[in-house]
Write a protein that binds this ligand. Sequence first.
Ligand SMILES: Cc1cc2nc3c(=O)[nH]c(=O)nc-3n(C[C@H](O)[C@H](O)[C@H](O)COP(=O)(O)OP(=O)(O)OC[C@H]3O[C@@H](n4cnc5c(N)ncnc54)[C@H](O)[C@@H]3O)c2cc1C
Length: 422
Amino acid sequence: MKCFIDEKEYDFEHGKVRENFLKQFPKNQDDVNHIFDMMETINTEMFSGTEAPEPPYDMNFFQLIKFGMKAKKLRPMFMKYGNKDAYKVLDSFTNSEDLKTAIYSKSPYPMVFMSFAYQWGVYGKNYYPVNGMQAIPDAAVEGLRHLSGQLMLNTEVTEILVKDGQAYGVKTQDGSEYYGAVISNASPQYTYAWVTDAAAEKEKMIKAISKRKIFEPVAALFMSLDENKYDLDHLEGISILSKKDYRMRTEEYTPDTAPIVINIYPKREGDEFRALVALVPISYEYHNNWETEAGRKRGEKYKMLKKEVEDILLNRIGKHMGRDFIDAVSYHELSSPVTYERYTYSKSGSFMGWSAIQSEYGKYLKQRTNIKDLYLVGQWVFPGFGVAGVMASGYYLAKEILKGEGIDLKKDFTEYFTSDRL
Ligand SMILES: Cc1cc2nc3c(=O)[nH]c(=O)nc-3n(C[C@H](O)[C@H](O)[C@H](O)COP(=O)(O)OP(=O)(O)OC[C@H]3O[C@@H](n4cnc5c(N)ncnc54)[C@H](O)[C@@H]3O)c2cc1C
């Protein structure tokens, strides 16, 4: 991974991250060792559990107290530093702005420190689906079809039908109605707005989340790169940052100043080019909500602004990686936070659900809502946060629904995975 901090370049290799940091920060070797010792301890503590944790909202008062005491005893470093804002922890560990920024470069969004411990901890040890990210939803769809389920694409739900405090189906854009319990993985802000009845419950649910902060939005520059023209030589990531970015808020950035983090994805068999995605935190409100017009219409001004932002980003990448790199980019297209919200109904383009800053971290939303038979799943509910969290949220949803049928999913899982069948 190449990390550019202002004009200076740092390089980090799999399996040698601490050594690379020590070599490139010779004046701060004690700080480096301290930070990495701390991150390793936090990771060991985080992965010390042996089973799927109970969601905090399912615990009674005494279980919560016991959980708190156990966490303090078994996860002291996590409790002391892991759940604190990263910028505060970094400030207390070192005076080197470059070192703080290099640690922050892995994922430059305001978050609690454990996110950075996790990111550096799994660096080089994570796995990517052989057939690309789409393999995950494809596998879920195959499972659904196996159970006689039906997938309908391009079929937008516009209303969630509720009567007497119970959801009984959905209405889609073409007016068709489908009946049954409702599970939504669009953001709760939108899901609640689609509820047709149950005004009192709806108001309560909207109020309960009205003050919550959401995760940073991003603009994403999708690129394909011709390796015959540019040799990536095992490069997997490029980040471009400035000192003090670790203290900045997304709304303070412009395309000229925002950090750029480029992920270079593995090639699938038969792929002609390499897929690269540059994530750039820029606010949803940037330039009048990206120059969208009344009724969220995207006209010429929106397209022009996107083109302008795209040029600035490519120019900044080129300045650091060289013109050859940009010349090897065979295709590129920018998405804005508005794009992301339009396609997925993720509120204000949040790309990880709720904010993960200290004051927000740990406030989990349940899968069950105040309306009977209306459930939430995905990045906005426990345990939240990224692809793995979203998949886990499905387990908790199934557990919750099956509870009503007298099925203890946790027990069944444990029995299944410890049985002779495996
Ligand atoms: C560019 C980018 C890079 C990312 N990189 C990573 C990463 O490296 N690692 C990681 O862990 N996470 C990453 N994430 C975050 C991760 O992708 C999300 O947390 C996760 O996909 C959220 O899953 P979800 O099921 O909650 O919601 P989504 O994946 O947003 O799914 C919601 C679905 O509901 C559909 N929908 C919404 N409203 C309606 C409606 N009214 N009617 C019908 N359908 C509707 C949408 O079309 C969409 O398919 C990244 C996100 C982005 C944008």
